[in-house]
Design a protein around this ligand. Structure first.
Ligand SMILES: *Cc1c(COP(=O)(O)O)cnc(C)c1O
Length: 496
């Protein structure tokens, strides 16, 4: 029997995994969730001997049950290949008493590659399985990293087009350069005069616009999503938590069944939700530590039970976490509401109309696995500097937010014994200026690429290929639009 998926806002209609991947977002605006979280019925001894691809298969085959073994293995082979600069795919680095799970060895040097290198293959396979004739148009809102990773994943993939919207003044110079220099006839990049939440809301609106859907269908197109609301992005992320746990066991760091903590720098709540799914599959995880930057809407939610996005949007040095509406949280809300569509739908409509909702005490009890906190801008810089001075290891701003919250967690709870994995979500080369300024303000005078070379020197790591690639690359995309113009821009690109 196949594991079926349904919307967080309607559990009457069931979808196979491939159908859910194709649709991205449910028609009612809800997110697809599996009817139950499958158990990871593979022993730790077996897991310890698996490489990344084998681990990915062990995890994904439990969720994507309507894919044949051959189909899924083919997707995995194509995704986790020499695009990654290390065979380990996701290495663990021991520094200052924590284990940094480096998720940035893919083509765009941020953790989005872990899922976006496989999503195009999952999507194309899903289209084939479901006899889809239309070309798939990927619409994506990005706070900086998803955009480039999705562009790289979908560039020149036959039967697809990809359109990326990013906040014109809300991403790092390197993030922007990476996107606007993207090659591939099927790629489109647009800066919007607005922030990430507006870009994301604009994209969601297009997904729910049935008139637009009909127009596209007549022209031979249909939308899908590469954002982390797509279950085809979420599930591949479960794999690296299992992989990290198995490596810790193999290396003798933890005993069989010993619990670990996981710290995740969080924005849209996809990465930490993947860790939560891993825990629910049976992986021994104690606390899921949710780290926010100064846009601390999640910290406030965990401490008060009220989610409230009515606040100033702060541009920080960890822009990929500058988010006030964490889309994937809906999957957790649905779950702690006892998989109750009515309760979830009511809360989400409160969020849409009032910008806030409050959960019941009973629901709050479902959050025991989580600990939330945040790291200020000054603290983030101090964390980078101190770790570098103490160990020589250089981390990026997002990872530093997580490390800062882990320090607070230890102080607050006294739990310094549990072995802890910190998700390291970006290469420091992606946020060079903020990272180098944190280490020493004297670097401020240097140009972006001088900083890259200096970071390579002081951190004793080679400049990643992704950075070399953009040094002299030509700008190929220069469209900028207002938030309201997003649908027109899409139609223009598609010639509809
Ligand atoms: C996207 C991103 C995050 C946030 O991940 P979510 O899954 O959206 O919570 C954190 N760090 C970096 C570098 C990212 O690109």
């Amino acid at each position: 029997m196949d594991l079926m998926y349904s919307s967080t806002r309607n559990d009457k209609v069931k979808f196979t995994a491939s159908q859910a991947i194709l649709k991205g977002l449910a028609d009612d605006g809800g997110l697809f969730v599996p009817e139950s979280i499958p158990a990871l019925d593979v022993s730790i001894e077996e897991l310890a001997d698996m490489n990344y691809k084998e681990t990915a298969y062990a995890v994904m085959s439990k969720f994507f049950t309507d894919f044949t073994e051959e189909e899924l293995k083919n997707c995995i082979e194509k995704a986790y290949d020499s695009k990654f600069d290390t065979e380990e795919i996701a290495p663990l680095v021991d520094a200052d008493g924590a284990y940094y799970l480096e998720l940035f060895h893919g083509p765009t040097i941020a953790f989005k590659d872990m899922a976006l290198s496989i999503l195009p293959h999952l999507l194309i396979t899903s289209a084939r399985k479901n006899n889809v004739k239309n070309d798939i148009v990927i619409l994506t809102a990005t706070s900086g990293d998803t955009g480039k990773a999705a562009l790289a994943g979908f560039a020149d993939v036959e039967g697809t087009k990809i359109i990326v919207f990013y906040p014109k003044n809300g991403v790092s110079p390197i993030q922007e350069k990476q996107m606007v220099t993207q090659k591939g006839d099927n790629t489109f990049v647009v800066g919007i005069n607005g922030n990430f939440d507006q870009a994301q809301t604009g994209v969601k609106k297009m997904f729910n616009d049935t008139a637009l859907e009909a127009e596209l269908d007549a022209a031979g197109y249909q939308f899908s999503s590469a954002n982390s609301i797509n279950i085809g992005r979420l599930i591949p992320q479960v794999a690296y938590y299992v992989y990290a746990y198995a490596k810790l066991y193999k290396n003798g760091v933890i005993a069989k069944d010993e619990k670990i903590n996981v710290v995740v720098p969080t924005g849209n709540f996809g990465n930490i939700l993947a860790a939560f799914y891993a825990k629910n599959m049976g992986l021994p995880i104690a606390k899921l530590i949710c780290a926010s930057n100064e846009n601390k809407v999640l910290f406030d939610f965990f401490s008060s039970g009220t989610y409230d996005k009515n606040r100033d949007f702060i541009l920080t040095s960890s822009p990929s976490m500058d988010i006030l509406i964490s889309s994937n949280l809906e999957r957790l809300i649905y779950r702690i509401a006892g998989n109750d569509v009515a309760k979830n739908t009511k809360l989400m409509s409160d969020l849409a109309s009032e910008g806030r909702y409050a959960i019941t005490d009973e629901m709050r009890a479902g959050l025991v696995d989580f600990y939330g906190n945040y790291t200020s801008e000054a603290e983030t810089a101090a964390v980078i500097r101190k770790l570098y001075e103490d160990t020589g290891y250089v981390i990026d701003t997002h990872t530093a937010v997580a490390a800062g919250v882990y320090n607070k967690y230890k102080t607050e709870t006294g739990d310094t014994e549990t072995k802890t994995v910190i998700a390291s979500t970006a290469s420091p080369f992606k946020f060079t200026r903020s990272v180098m300024n944190a280490i020493d303000t004297k670097y401020d005078a240097m140009s972006d690429f001088e900083l890259v070379d200096e970071l390579s020197k002081i951190g004793n790591v080679a400049v990643p290929q992704a950075i070399e690639d953009i040094r002299n690359a030509k700008v190929l995309h220069d469209t900028v639009c207002e938030v309201e113009e997003m649908p027109q821009v899409v139609k223009k690109f598609l010639g509809v």
